[in-house]
Write a protein that binds this ligand. Structure first.
Ligand SMILES: [Zn+2]
Length: 69
């Protein structure tokens, strides 16, 4: 793994880019969270789905430390 490298790289990223996920999502014609069909320019069918997706994504991008690391 490259934990050390990733830590260094993220340290170089501006703090304002604290949310790397949502800005890179591309509208795909369905909700990113629940897969319900939406407008082609939308990424979520509702604000609730957007919120839930972001909450899950926070956990994905900032996983808890492995106790055996
Ligand atoms: Zn949805």
């Amino acid at each position: 793994m490259r934990h050390q490298v990733e830590a260094s790289e993220s340290a170089l990223v501006a703090p304002s880019l604290a949310r790397p996920g949502i800005a890179t999502l591309q509208p795909k014609g369905s909700c990113w969270y629940c897969d319900q069909a939406v407008d082609n320019v939308r990424r979520f069918c509702s604000p609730a789905c957007r919120t839930d997706y972001l909450e899950e994504e926070e956990g994905y991008f900032d996983p808890p430390r492995s106790p055996q690391a």
